[in-house]
Design a protein around this ligand. Structure first.
Ligand code: FAD
Length: 321
């Protein structure tokens, strides 16, 4: 079978299928991380995504289920996870602390911040390299080509991110969401992710990472100086020491469905399985997406989260099907 796309989703899916004994080819014209997955901050953040992102407010159980699949996957590919946790500093500390308590999350208020150890992080570049290596060892073949049409026979798994293509009719439901992200030369190198209102700072040994804008309906990857200045201002208000440091800006384009959750499951096109639309949580969701796809392909029970991800939840709506 073919997996179109070698981002976080395509790589996790290919690895999972190959480990189940399926023969898998991954095709991607730009396979080495020039995609949303390579640009991302790598937060695995079910708690603060639920608490701070309105689109994820009802998704805590699903996001936690995805996060809980990461330790075994990371172990199996030799990838370290940063479990330093995350802390919110901002105007709404009382509201955020109450939300975390309502979710039943272990957390505490310490002075001007709410901290939880339940949000983690990975390095996207390290994760992509480890996934590729493990997939290759499991027998996955990689081809640097674009998939232009569904196959006449065999299965196609569409994990093409925000790309607009004709591989399945459901892809017309996706909206691009451009994101700017900054990589500082210096700043905090270890410790909890710092979350504010509309901005986060990830300590990183290679330099602090600051993200990210959410530019709905924008699919180009040009760096916009005004967006960069806005991000810098918000980050430096949280952590004034960043003001003296240089930062490199880059962009990536996420794909979003109408309800913010990915489409994972059979397409209306026979032989095509969808794994797209992970929006701002593709790294977090990738192992859950991979496990769900593997279950569909093997004819097994796709699990308790599958219905919320099933592309057919949009039938009779935007697609008119
Ligand atoms: C600035 C920013 C910060 C982010 N931070 C986080 C974070 O902290 N935590 C988190 O969980 N998520 C984060 N995300 C979201 C996450 O990066 C995405 O949800 C995730 O990377 C999507 O993975 P994907 O595999 O679906 O798509 P992509 O990574 O975009 O990969 C899709 C691949 O498909 C290939 N492709 C396209 N068309 C074809 C075709 N026709 N044939 C073959 N191949 C094709 C492309 O070349 C590409 O390599 C962030 C995103 C951005 C932009």
């Amino acid at each position: 079978m073919t997996v179109a796309g070698a981002g976080a989703l395509g790589l996790c899916i290919a690895l999972g299928l190959a480990r189940q004994g399926f023969a898998v080819v991954v095709r991607d014209p730009a396979p080495f991380g020039d995609n949303a997955s390579g640009v991302a901050a790598g937060m695995l953040a079910p708690v603060f995504e639920t608490a701070l992102d309105p689109a994820s407010a009802e998704c805590f159980g699903l996001l936690m289920a995805a996060r809980d699949l990461w330790p075994a996957l990371a172990d199996s590919i030799g990838l370290g996870l940063d479990r330093s946790g995350a802390a919110y500093y901002g105007e709404h500390i009382g509201v955020v602390a109450a939300r975390l308590r309502a979710l039943g999350v272990a957390s505490g208020v310490y002075g001007d911040r709410v901290y939880t150890r339940e949000d983690w992080r990975l390095s996207p570049t390290a994760a992509m390299a480890a996934l590729r290596m493990a997939a290759g060892e499991a027998g996955v073949r990689f081809e640097a080509t674009r998939v232009a049409s569904p196959p006449d026979d065999g299965l196609l798994i569409v994990a093409t991110g925000a790309d607009s293509n004709d591989l399945a009719p459901e892809l017309t439901l996706l909206t691009p969401v451009k994101g700017h992200i900054l990589r500082y030369q210096g700043g905090p190198d270890i410790g909890p992710v710092i979350r504010g209102d509309g901005v986060y700072i990830c300590p990183d040994p290679a330099g602090a990472i600051v993200g990210a804008t959410m530019e709905h309906g924008v699919a180009d990857r040009a760096v916009d100086a005004r967006r960069v200045a806005g991000l810098r201002a918000m980050a430096e208000a949280l952590l004034p020491d960043l003001a003296d440091l240089k930062a490199a800006a880059s962009t990536g384009v996420r794909a979003a469905t109408p309800d913010g959750l990915p489409m994972v499951g059979w397409s209306r096109t026979p032989g095509v399985v969808l794994a797209v639309g992970a929006r701002r949580n593709g790294w977090l969701l990738a192992p859950l997406v991979a496990r769900t796809v593997a279950a569909y392909v093997a004819g097994e029970d796709p699990g308790p989260q599958a219905a919320r991800l099933d592309p057919r939840r949009f039938d009779n709506k935007e697609t008119g099907a």
